[in-house]
Design a protein around this ligand. Structure first.
Ligand code: 5AD
Ligand code: SF4
Length: 476
């Protein structure tokens, strides 16, 4: 019998990419592939790539550079570049790294097993790409970006009891800085029956937490004749599935955070009141240049709707871009003020990175020096961190329900191997990270943890036993 093919796969970028890699691995395992720990041990090497910032692309091109020698020594190895950078750079990848065999966009991943086979038997360089946004009828463009989601491989997930579930493909918002509408195509909601079917399979496999994915997940809608299904309806359907204990959804678009959705979050106990709603900038002028489609005041009104419907239990996080084209010091300070006003649970802060092919790249100069972007990034992060830490202080002495994910990064491997308690990590219903000591048996369970210390990003606690629970107040 022939030995199995061995696959090495490296993934950068967002949760969509993690899900895509899981599916590609599942489809190759079906053909008898096994996973390898390094490119040297593999006969098939895949890079799942990201184009959102230049840095992510540089990372992939450097990794490809390091592979040149390996491919020279072993020309029979198949090297593939998949994901957003494949869709964006297309055949340019063959120019920059001539030894690459495959370039496959995120809408064409189902072709990977056959293309690998083809490259192995026939040689040559192969591409499988979706249509550009102006390259045909909308129906055909959409079809060319559709993904093949049902195939799963639990071993590729962050943990076997947590899974991503795509409910929406692509994006139609066309924010001027963003490449995603080009790489992942037009926005399309996946049919609710497919989503619910996949969630049921995941639950049968022992999955307790699902995170619904979409670029603007709360804009989700699916039309079938007279009937339109929105995210609130989909959440209600998913809530019925036995075995699923927690449901999250990312990433949200501020204007589509409607009352009916917030009421669903309030009324469906499995749905996490954690809302990631990127603001991007606290300045109306910058938001306009970004073509975000809302003002700071619209965002404030959304915050008021959240507060009114969910109250204290809601945890809101955001994304910001600093140093966007023409951002003045005053405009940047407006972002600082909004972070202080909104008191986000946490914020992801990015230095603006010009992306060829976007409207900002075509029309607005990338004129803020790198040093200024860096300083603004650090300043905004410091303000956010102080708020995160202050808000975490409110958890001191309280009890939270934690879904235990596994050993923390600092877990002592010696203690792990002799079965002693190790440092474990998990998350609250509101996505707060909790670290505590416990037996590895707890992994996959939802347990009460009493909090005795906090940092900006972590709650530190201890497992609550019957005897120790007196005096602790429960909080999600
Ligand atoms: N430069 C910097 N950050 C960006 N993001 C998207 N495009 C860019 C860009 N060109 C950020 C946004 C988005 C997050 C996923 O990445 O904040 O919400
Ligand atoms: Fe990009 Fe804007 Fe769409 Fe988000 S909403 S994916 S930032 S275009």
């Amino acid at each position: 019998m022939k030995p199995p093919h061995r696959l090495y796969i490296e993934t950068v970028g967002c949760q969509m990419n993690m899900l895509d890699s899981e599916m590609v691995v599942a489809s190759l395992r079906q053909r008898g592939y096994e996973l390898a720990g390094s490119p040297e041990q593999a006969d098939t090497i895949l890079f799942n790539t990201c184009s959102v910032r230049e840095q992510a692309e540089n990372k992939t091109y450097s990794a490809l550079g390091r592979l040149k020698q390996e491919k020279r020594l072993h020309p029979e190895k198949i090297v593939g570049v998949m994901g957003c950078m494949a869709q964006k750079d297309q055949r340019l990848i063959f120019q920059k790294a001539p030894f690459v065999d495959l370039v496959v966009g995120p809408g064409q991943l189902q072709q990977i097993p056959d293309l690998i086979e083809k490259a192995r038997t026939e040689g040559g360089q192969h591409t499988a790409l979706s249509l550009g946004r102006r390259d045909g009828a909308v129906k055909d463009i959409k079809r060319s970006h559709e993904t093949f989601d049902p195939l799963r491989d639990p071993t590729m997930r962050p943990t076997p009891f947590q899974a991503f579930l795509r409910i929406q493909i692509g994006c139609d918002k066309f924010c001027t800085y963003c490449i995603v509408p080009m790489t992942r195509g037009p926005e399309q909601g996946r049919p609710p029956s497919q989503v619910v079917g996949e969630a049921k399979i995941l639950a049968e496999q022992g999955c307790k937490e699902i995170t619904l994915l979409g670029q603007t997940v709360n804009s989700y809608q699916y039309r079938d004749g007279q009937q339109t299904t929105r995210l609130a309806d989909l959440l209600a359907q998913l809530h019925e599935i036995d075995g699923i204990e927690r449901i999250k959804f990312v990433t949200n678009y501020p204007k589509d955070m409607t009352y009916d959705l917030l009421q669903a979050v309030r009324d469906l106990s499995k749905v996490s009141p954690y809302l990631h709603v990127p603001l991007q900038s606290g300045s109306d002028q910058v938001l306009k240049r970004m073509k975000r489609g809302y003002t700071v005041d619209d965002y404030r009104q959304m915050m008021a709707r959240i507060d009114e419907t969910l109250g204290e239990q809601a945890a809101i996080s955001s994304d910001f871009i600093v140093g966007f084209c023409g951002e003045t010091e005053e405009e940047f300070q407006a972002s600082v003020e909004l972070v202080k006003e909104c008191r986000f649970k946490n914020s992801f802060i990015f230095k603006y990175s010009e992306r060829p092919g976007t409207r900002a790249s075509d029309n607005l100069p990338d004129d803020i020096p790198f040093e200024v972007k860096k300083r603004r990034n650090n300043e905004l992060l410091a303000v956010q961190n102080q708020i995160s830490e202050e808000d975490n202080q409110a958890f001191l002495g309280r009890q939270v329900e934690v879904l235990v994910e596994g050993p923390s990064k600092k877990a002592d491997p010696a203690a792990e191997s002799n079965g002693g308690p190790i440092q474990l990590t998990g998350r609250t219903h509101c996505d707060r990270i909790v670290v505590f000591d416990g037996n590895e048996r707890l992994v996959g369970q939802t347990i009460p943890i009493g909090i005795y210390d906090v940092t900006a990003h972590t709650l530190l606690g201890a497992v609550v036993t019957h005897e120790s629970s007196g005096g602790l107040v429960s909080l999600a």
